[in-house]
Design a protein around this ligand. Sequence first.
Ligand code: NDP
Length: 463
Amino acid sequence: MAYDFDLFVIGGGSGGVRCARIAATHGARVAVAESRHWGGTCVNLGCVPKKMMVQASEYGAQAVDSHGFGWNTEPGTHDWPQLIAAKDREIGRLNGTYAKLLEGAGVTRFEAHARFEDAHALLLQPGPLDARFEPRRVTAERIVIAVGGHPVVQPHIEGYELGITSDQVFHLPERPRHITIVGGGYIGVEFSGIFEGLGSEVQLVYRQLLPLRGFDEDLRTGLHDALLARGIGLHPGTEMHRIQRRADGFLCTLSDGQAWRTDLVFFAVGRTPNIRGLGLDRTGVATAEHGRIVVDADSETAEPGIFAIGDVTNRQNLTPVAIAEGHILADRLYGGRPRDWSFDTVPKAVFFSPPLASVGLNEAEAAERGAADIYLTRFTPMRHTLSGRDRKTLMKLVVDQASQRVVGVHMLGDDAPEIMQGLAIAVTAGLSKADFDRTVGLHPTSAEEFVTLRTRTRVAGPA
Ligand code: NDP
């Protein structure tokens, strides 16, 4: 049977665009449908605008820090609409870049919503990107679902609809003077830093005792201290119970009875796959908890010829993972070139100020597998000896005792994500503590501490 396309990708986000582009460069006839915005969550409502806002939020503190170096700079006031407009201009440019990349590779683009009619046919209909799109039916030999996810809301909370999620936070008409953020994960922590840095009073509500469950405990403790040092109000071990509208904002009440007035409640309690309206019931694609699409090691769903990559599979919901999955799939299907990418050593970063970053196993995970040597250091970085800011850097190596391989690296401190990208190569390559020890430091940096740690702090796991 002749199909319209060899490969049809649903979703023009980071993973979908990479998959389409690589497949097309291998000679496949490829199309992509995107209904909302080219570049997906990362470019429009995630990593990219978030990072710009983190950068914006750091200038005020830097102006204050400069006094210790002899400057008399004043922090001044921040213009929120100007930041949003500048950010939107850059995002608009990136949307165009994504579209051009696809066209340059010979990929057919549809600004439409795709819905399965059967395992090889899709109905394309108008979506927010092009309300006048003429509906049409297309067929493809293979289909990749790369539709991403969306923020979870909490309907069990009275007044939950009065709050916002990360889908709205990037386009607020003005900055709230007082914001209450629910959720101690990536988004809750990052936006606590953004709003505090821009001058808002921030209250952070989360149900664990420490934020960022899943990260190394020393990093979580260090982050807790850093949040307090930034003046962010912390409410661990609690959940939002009720939100009520008041003449001057909202009254929010927590599960432990605490209550306060706030200008805005921001829910950052996780994300869930975008499977609604896809027509998966017309295919054999299987889903599991929270609607995540189940795939095998080759990203293939239960329906042969239909694949899923990125956040819709709810595995590691990170842009570079979606990109890697899309690239590997395209290479395998059309390039005759299986690739070997390591998903065990995906580096992770949380862009608070100071940021934190990790690669590999945390101490508890390593201890479960066997004895681990732990090397830990905490110090005041050179910048803050003069700035006078109370900001510690924390660095940690987790070394498998039997093999002496460095299996985990963790850092909280300025430039942690930039440093961790390099160290992720070392951990992916399976380098040993001896390799770190024989590496000459780069002086004066904080990063050199990673190659000068000589004294073991403790042994974790079975003795
Ligand atoms: P996370 O999964 O990181 O954190 C969710 C937070 O919400 C956790 O603190 C969780 O608590 C809490 N939570 C979940 N359900 C409830 C509930 N019913 N009641 C109260 N609290 C609840 O999700 P985010 O929304 O912060 O971010 C979504 C995803 O996007 C991240 O997991 C990550 O994959 C990605 N992301 C990555 C970034 C980066 O790479 N820098 C930045 C932003 C997002 P608990 O721990 O108890 O479950």
